[in-house]
Design a protein around this ligand. Structure first.
Ligand SMILES: [Zn+2]
Length: 400
């Protein structure tokens, strides 16, 4: 299976169960015959797993389909209300918490604004805890039915015995976020960099769904990326792979929030674009999303703004060209709230710049597309983290 992590399945029974769950999740509904063909498992094995999943209430029979003159085939589907997953986005300007059922339909949502200049850990932990309580109450969901919580973090997430977060632009240095949240909740917790959660969302359900590998770039105030193949995101030994926003594109260039100079983020991040347009006063007058949208709206009548945006497309194309040369992706997906806003106007210029700044052969193999899941893809992707554990068979049904 494309998304399976074979290392997490411990025995044949569990492996078969995971194979059937993954297959059914991405090709819903399906007959036992479809599942056998897709997984390579024998019809008898699929029947055994299906019986177990039906008995647990994870899967339901939802109808039948004709089968070329034979007996109608019963269709199976995931029971969307068997359990729930929660996604959390620790964004630059707000904390967002969303509760989804197993079909990833939203059941409840809570948001808490953050001061972009202050990301105090205590405030973030307090807001996430409040958000978890709020979505469970508003969604009318028993915590025992929650498979887990995924949390998208704007920084490097080191996955060791204790999860540690390094957010250099926010002054987070080895923050033990899991331990701090554990004081507020017993729910299973998973942590991942926000560009990687967005990448997983687009790879599972959006612009990366039909490709084998993709580079997913996230443009917000800051800039990140994830590199995804059938085996999941590439992380590197300390999980900092694809810190693309802090690759240097101008030697001795603009000062970056990370402390270095000339980083890509210092040119194409929303904060940098607004600053380059010479609107620091306007920055404090409104939120960045409104400001960037306003900037794009006046670009046709403002030569200064138009020039800054043209330069932004050029730099973004340079960065994407570098990704194409380094990683040979089938698709580059441009997302994040600012990436989607910019892409609406600048995508042709970004593609043209990427073409000029990459080798012909890998560029010809890559398409550059906008993300399909909107600006909330980070939260959505965070919720796929506990879903991934569930499909791998980590979740055992409670006694009900
Ligand atoms: Zn930087």
């Amino acid at each position: 299976m494309l998304y399976r992590r074979r290392g997490t399945v411990r025995d044949l029974r569990r492996e078969n169960r995971a194979a059937v769950l993954w297959s059914l999740y991405f090709s819903r509904p399906g007959s036992r015959q479809d599942l056998s063909a897709a997984t390579g498992l024998s019809p008898a094995s699929v029947t055994n797993v299906a019986r177990e999943l039906l008995g647990d209430g994870i899967v339901a029979e939802v109808g039948s389909e004709d089968s070329d003159g034979g007996r109608p085939r019963v269709l199976l589907d995931i029971n969307p209300d068997y359990g729930y997953v929660i996604g959390v986005d620790i964004g630059e300007t707000r904390i967002r918490v969303e509760l989804f059922n197993l079909a990833m339909a939203e059941r409840a949502k809570a948001e808490y604004p953050l001061d972009p200049a202050e990301h105090e850990v205590d405030v973030v932990v307090r807001d996430i805890a409040a958000g978890l309580r709020a979505v469970l109450t508003d969604g009318g969901v028993d915590p025992a039915a929650v498979l887990g919580v995924g949390i998208g973090v704007p920084g490097i997430v080191e996955q060791g015995p204790e999860v540690l977060v390094y957010g250099q632009t926010y002054g987070w240095d080895a923050v033990p976020l899991e331990r701090l949240l554990r004081a507020h909740t017993d729910l299973p917790l998973r942590f991942e960099n926000c560009a990687k959660t967005m990448g997983q969302a687009e790879f599972w359900f959006g612009a990366g769904r039909c490709v084998g590998n993709a580079a997913v770039v996230l443009i917000g105030s800051g800039v990140g990326a994830s590199l995804i193949s059938g085996r999941g995101s590439y992380r590197g030994p300390t999980s900092s792979a694809a810190e693309w926003g802090h690759t240097t594109i101008v030697v001795g260039g603009r000062r970056c929030r990370c402390g270095s100079a000339g980083c890509l983020e210092a040119y194409v991040g929303a904060e940098a674009i607004l600053d380059r347009c010479g609107s620091p006063a306007a920055l404090s007058a409104g939120d960045e999303e409104s400001m960037l949208a306003a900037l794009l709206a006046v670009a046709d009548s403002s030569p200064t703004t138009d020039a800054v945006l043209a330069e932004t497309a050029e730099y973004l194309g340079v960065g994407i060209g570098n990704l194409i040369n380094l990683f040979n992706p089938e698709r580059v997906i441009l997302g994040g709230w600012a990436g989607l806003l910019l892409g609406g106007r600048l995508l042709p210029a970004i593609r043209e710049s990427a073409q000029r700044h990459s080798l012909r052969h890998p560029f010809a193999a890559a398409s550059i597309e906008l993300g399909q899941l909107g600006p909330e893809a980070v939260t959505f992707g965070a919720a796929t983290l506990p879903m991934e554990d569930f499909l791998n068979g980590a979740w055992r049904p409670p006694l009900r």
